[in-house]
Ligand binder design. Structure first.
Ligand SMILES: Cc1ncc(COP(=O)(O)O)c(C=O)c1O
Length: 399
């Protein structure tokens, strides 16, 4: 008899969190590590949000259980925010507040996927999606788009992967890990294809406010209204308000889906921490000044890191227009001799870079095929220059 169930033993550790933990441990041990692994803004949560939470700690009602689907004030605030930011009209009973967007991802798949259902997963994908699909009994069908198509899948590719078992499409724009953003025309084409083929959409909009160069990221059920009854939206405060540690996200969907997911959550985690929910109310009812300010810094760093990466021989980095990640191809470096080692995969290259020059990036294997590295640019301009400079020097030794 095995001690760990097959279902849980099949889950891999989150590679992004693992790289981040390794870099932080080296740093704590005094090593001058530069970590590009973290998926979180490097800014503090804005003061007015922290103050709302501090005040909430003093209110006895917040020391008690509260309704599983979320504080009524927060659900109402999410309804108003969704109208303001996406022009999507919903009601409060279509909202379930979750412990971060991550729990919403898990619950979305768990609620609609049956054993053996296929879920189309555009690749490179965020590392959590395939594990959640598998936990729900589904089969993730990867549809890969490489750097020559800006990591954006086409309707033709999706159609080629569709079978009678296709239940849903995971759609993440702006994307983690590539930073790519689908245009309104692409969203429309994919949405209409999904509607025609009766395919559910799970739309992850967590990076909705981090857009550059005039990019927009319209919400799929707004572009294709007929999809409203078969779309689940994932969102949260983590990336927009620098609130990754507060653990507040939400899912939006048809009422029957939200009711069923609420039943599931009532046995898993109950309500999200009331203090965090109070902070989230301050966040989503406030303005977007803080995210615009953060966005200015991210935009500057985006341009900086893309130009530095493209100076490295063998690296090729498209310019993303969303989120805070860049995703260069490193295929031109693989197979070359660097300090006596010959990395043939991006995982081996990432290890070599961490060991030799103490720079942490997440290898493409965490997000799909080998041959890529993900760099988060949520760190200072100085660290970006120093970190990418170290990699450049190392790679220039290749022969
Ligand atoms: C694409 C995407 N969706 C959802 C999440 C979940 O974020 P959180 O659980 O912190 O709200 C993340 C976090 O990295 C993400 O990158």
């Amino acid at each position: 008899m095995t001690r760990i169930s097959a279902r849980i033993a099949a889950i891999a550790e989150s590679a992004t969190l693992a790289v981040d933990a390794k870099a932080k441990a080296l740093k704590a041990a005094g090593r001058p590590v530069i970590g590009f692994g973290a998926g979180e803004p490097d800014f503090p949560t804005p003061d007015y949000i922290v103050e709302a939470a501090a005040a909430a700690t003093k209110v006895a009602a917040n020391h008690r259980y509260s309704p599983t689907p979320g504080l009524p004030d927060l659900r109402d605030a999410i309804v108003a925010k969704t109208k303001r930011d996406s022009n999507y009209e919903i009601t409060a009973d279509q909202v379930l507040v979750t412990n971060g967007g991550k729990q919403a991802v898990y619950q979305a798949f768990a609620t609609i996927v049956e054993d053996g259902d296929e879920v189309l997963l555009p690749s490179p994908y965020w590392t959590t999606y395939p594990e959640c699909i598998q936990l729900a009994g589904g089969i993730a069908v990867e549809v890969f788009a490489d750097e020559t198509q800006n990591y954006l899948v086409t309707v033709e590719q999706l159609e080629a992967a569709r079978t009678p078992k296709t239940k849903a499409l995971l759609f993440c724009s702006p994307s983690n890990p590539t930073g790519s953003v689908y245009s309104a025309e692409q969203v429309k084409a994919i949405g209409e294809w999904a509607l025609k083929n009766n395919i559910w959409i799970i739309a992850d909009e967590i990076y909705e406010h981090l857009l550059y160069d005039g990019a927009t990221a319209p919400s799929m059920p707004v572009v294709v209204p007929g999809l409203a009854d078969t779309t689940i939206i994932i969102n949260g405060v983590a990336k927009t308000y620098a609130m990754t540690g507060w653990r507040v996200g939400w899912m939006i969907g048809p009422k029957d889906v939200i009711k069923a997911a609420t039943n599931l959550q009532s046995h898993l985690t109950s309500n999200v921490s009331n203090v965090s929910q109070r902070a989230a109310i301050a966040a989503v009812t406030g303005d977007l000044a803080a995210v615009h300010k953060m966005g200015e810094a991210f935009n500057r760093r985006r341009k900086l890191i893309v130009s530095l990466l493209n100076e490295i021989p063998g690296f090729s980095c498209p310019t993303p227009t969303g989120a805070f990640y860049v995703y260069p191809s490193v295929k031109g470096v693989l197979g070359k001799n660097i300090r006596g080692k010959t990395p043939t995969t991006s995982a081996e290259l990432a290890t070599l870079i961490l060991e030799e020059v103490e720079v942490a990036a997440v290898p493409g294997e965490a997000f799909g095929p080998s041959g890529y590295l993900r760099f988060s640019y949520a760190l200072s301009d100085e660290d970006i220059v120093e970190g990418i400079g170290r990699i450049k020097k190392l790679v220039e030794e290749a022969n």
